[in-house]
Ligand binder design. Structure first.
Ligand SMILES: Cc1ncc(COP(=O)(O)O)c(C=O)c1O
Length: 429
């Protein structure tokens, strides 16, 4: 059977491993879709073996999985995980029902009661709520620390720190954190503590996806990602993924088994068959349009600030050039744009409402909706929507302005997007 060695990344995303241990489908061009929540067990012994194999330490389990029940593992999800390991790197990938299920599982896998998690304050609103509202109920406390300030990170790490958690580029401001630099700070700390107290670096790669950035190669221990966004691309399935080192493989799978955030096989199949193979072409086109729109916004006097990694004015430009690259080695500025309307807080906020409401009422090519990474261009006001879990003080700390707008650029003709934006701006006072 042919293998993928020597082939380029877009080709591998289409063909995956080509042959899989997860299922014998040598005569299918497209992997078959499974739809059975439970599996016939030929004997009690086979049932018993299935449970033993599932719980075996990494590398000692059976090479061919014995399927028992979908919540443990099943072929479609297994095949998606294989493709993901190939694309993102790492020793294992474990798929979840959504990004939040993956994020919460990653933090639970490395933490216990009494631990703290150092996290960059700018992050997706529900992740913030998980850290600030949910995990403390289980004895895990957040320390919100600016991860661009390496001295502050070093000072925050203590013998009870289980992880440093960050998004880069961060949602919604697109702030860029230097993954390799944070890694060095963690390594210096880890050299002084026992192996059981080693701090792990967890990076949320939802905004750029493995097509635009591979955090494991830059020094992260664990990558989490919402597949609902750029990986799925069409906005029809929710999903999440953890990719990490082999010592966490079983822990993460047991968390998925016992907490239950499993990905439906039909969604795994959609990600593998539609989402992932089309990522290079979709994301390249979306980034090209985003660049043009960011340039337009930067030249617009009603806009006070634009953050887009492709612009020369982007504050993290040097880090971005090193960090945000495709597997082919090209710089990938992404499909997300953050901008702030000009004026003082009150005026900027009023203008933000005017602009977005006009788009909601009139624009054909831009939709007011949360989520991102889709074929359709979406606009939202992060302070009022995706990041409303952060109170005003937390929003200020996270750099979210009252006049902030987040755009996720889709696959429409860019001249239509620009025309809809221009029409909306013409109504802003
Ligand atoms: C950066 C980031 N991480 C995680 C999530 C959560 O993903 P999901 O909605 O699939 O749970 C989101 C959702 O918008 C996000 O933007």
């Amino acid at each position: 059977m042919s293998d993928s060695k020597g082939y380029r990344a877009p080709t591998k995303l289409i063909h995956g491993k080509h042959s899989t241990e997860k299922w014998d489908y040598n005569y299918h061009v497209v992997p078959p879709k499974t739809a059975s929540t439970t599996f016939r067990l030929a004997s009690v012994l086979r049932g018993k073996e299935g449970f033993i194999d599932f719980g075996a330490p990494w590398g000692q389990g059976a090479t061919k999985p014995t399927y028992i029940y979908d919540r443990l593992t099943e072929p479609s999800t297994g095949m998606l995980e294989e493709v993901y390991v190939q694309a993102e790197g790492g020793d294992f990938a474990c798929a979840f029902s959504c990004g939040m299920a993956a994020i919460s599982a990653s933090l639970m896998a490395v933490s216990k009661a009494g631990d703290n998690v150092v996290a960059h304050p700018t992050m997706y609103g529900c992740t913030y709520s998980l850290l600030v509202n949910q995990l403390p109920r289980f004895g895990i406390t957040p320390k919100l620390v600016n991860c661009s300030d390496l001295d502050a990170v070093a000072a925050a790490l203590d013998e009870n720190t289980s992880a440093v958690y960050l998004e880069t580029p961060a949602n919604p401001t697109l702030e860029c954190i230097d993954i390799a630099a944070v890694r060095k700070v963690i390594d210096a700390h880890n050299a002084k503590v026992g192996p059981e107290r080693k701090v792990r670096l967890i990076v949320d790669n939802t905004f750029h996806t493995f097509w635009g950035q591979r955090p494991l190669q830059l020094g992260a221990d664990i990558v989490v990602c919402s597949l609902t966004k750029g990986v799925g691309g069409f906005g029809v399935d929710m999903g999440g993924m953890i990719v990490g080192p082999k010592d966490l493989d079983l822990t993460v799978r047991l968390i998925r088994k016992d907490f239950g955030g499993v990905l439906p096989p039909s969604s795994a199949w959609n990600f593998q068959v539609y989402g992932i193979p089309t990522m290079p072409i979709r994301l390249t086109q979306q980034a090209a349009s985003a660049m043009k729109i960011a340039q337009y916004l930067e030249s617009n006097p009603l806009v006070g600030k634009v953050n887009y990694p492709g612009l020369e004015s982007y504050p993290g430009k040097e880090i971005a050039k090193r960090q945000m690259t495709t597997p082919n080695g090209d710089f990938f500025p992404g499909s997300m744009i953050y901008f702030e309307l000009a004026g003082d807080y009150e005026q900027a906020s009023k203008r933000c409402h005017q602009l977005i409401n006009h788009i909601a009422d009139n624009a054909y090519s831009i939709t007011l909706a949360v989520s991102l990474g889709m074929t359709k261009t979406l606009v939202e006001a992060p302070g009022l929507m995706t990041h409303s879990a952060l109170d005003q003080c937390a929003q200020e700390k996270a750099g979210i302005h009252p006049g902030a707008v987040r755009l996720s650029i889709g696959l429409e003709d860019v001249s239509d997007l620009l025309a809809d934006l221009e029409r909306a701006f013409s109504t802003v006072e």
